[in-house]
Design a protein around this ligand. Sequence first.
Ligand SMILES: [Zn+2]
Length: 167
Amino acid sequence: MKTLRCPKCDTRIPFDPSRYEPGSSLVFECPECRKQFKIRLPARRDAPEEEEQRPVATLLVVENAFHEKQVIPLHPGQNVLGREVRGTSINRPIKTVDPSMDTLHCRILVDTDRQGNPRFTLSDGPSGTGTFVGTEILGDRERRRISDGTVITLGATTLILRVGEGE
Ligand SMILES: [Zn+2]
């Protein structure tokens, strides 16, 4: 429970924001002076931003001539990977100057199996140079299940899937 203050007479008015939709505009009437005033609730209530939640897994981007080592968090849902460019709309950009990595190169879908264990499904962008698992190139419409330790190659860049604790 929170309290609002009447903008006219400063009376405290109890207020429970959880009863209302986030982002909605509400009109209150002061019980003391009858002043009506509007407030707008924040767009989100308690839900933390996705990026603040612990990732299900990470991708280690192995250092090479084009970039330093990076760790890319993977979250439930579609993780879209590619070379970071200004104004990119993908959600897992990789900082690299590797010209053979597309700005949208591949996707990793994170969901769970029937036992509730995390599941990772890799598919190609489609990209210009292809997405490799080990030494095998993925087919255009292929969905490849990957797991802890899987080595993925995008252009000249090597990524290693890390599931669970640690690096
Ligand atoms: Zn008032």
